[in-house]
Design a protein around this ligand. Structure first.
Ligand SMILES: CC(C)(COP(=O)(O)OP(=O)(O)OC[C@H]1O[C@@H](n2cnc3c(N)ncnc32)[C@H](O)[C@@H]1OP(=O)(O)O)[C@@H](O)C(=O)NCCC(=O)NCCS
Length: 129
C-alpha cells in the first residue's frame, strides 16, 4: 500500500462531536481513488462504480494529520479494483479501511470502455519510453 496523500484536519472537517466528519473522509477517499485510477488507466473519464462496506475503526481530531493509502486489487477489462486505508500519520492508527473500490473507464458516450492495462505503471517509466 502506498500512501500518496496527506490531509490536515481543520475546523470545517469536523462533525458536531468534534471529530472528523465521515462524509469529508469519504470525499477525500473517492477523489484519491479517482486520481489513482485516472493516472493508471490514462483515461480522465473514469468513474466510481462500487464501494464495499466501510468500517470507521477510529477517528481523528482537529490538527491531526492523516494519510490516505491506495493499492490495486485487480485490473479488470474496463474496471480497476482498488483498496484503501486511511491512518493517522503520526500514530499509524487505522481510521478506515475499504477493501474494494471499483473504478470504471468510460468512452465518450459514458459506456464502459476496456482500458487494456494489466499492471501498475509509474509515470516516470512512461516518460522514459
Ligand atoms: C459505470 C457504468 C458505465 C457501468 O455500467 P455497466 O452496465 O455496469 O457496465 P458493465 O456491465 O460493462 O461493467 C463494467 C465493469 O464494471 C464492473 N461492475 C459493474 N457493476 C459492478 C458492481 N456492482 N460491483 C463491482 N463491479 C461492477 C463489471 O464487472 C465490469 O468490470 P470489467 O469490465 O473489468 O469486467 C454505469 O454503471 C454508470 O454509468 N454508473 C454511474 C457511475 C457514476 O456516475 N459514478 C460517479 C458517482 S455517482
Amino acid at each position: 500500500m502506498r500512501f500518496h496523500t496527506r490531509k490536515w484536519i481543520k475546523p470545517q472537517d469536523l462533525n458536531p462531536n468534534g471529530t472528523l466528519f465521515g462524509g469529508r473522509l469519504l470525499e477525500w477517499i473517492d477523489e484519491e481513488a479517482a486520481l489513482y485510477a485516472i493516472i493508471q488507466l490514462e483515461n480522465p473519464r473514469t468513474v466510481t462504480k462500487f464501494m464495499s462496506e466501510i468500517d470507521f475503526k477510529s477517528s481523528a481530531r482537529e490538527g491531526d494529520i492523516v494519510e490516505i493509502g491506495t493499492d490495486v486489487v485487480k485490473f479488470g477489462k474496463a474496471s480497476l479494483t482498488l483498496k484503501c486505508e486511511v491512518r493517522n500519520k503520526m500514530t499509524r492508527e487505522v481510521i478506515i479501511t475499504i477493501e474494494k473500490i471499483v473504478m470504471v473507464s468510460l468512452d465518450e458516450e459514458g459506456k464502459a470502455r476496456p482500458h487494456g492495462k494489466t499492471k501498475i505503471e509509474y509515470v516516470k517509466d512512461r516518460l522514459e519510453d
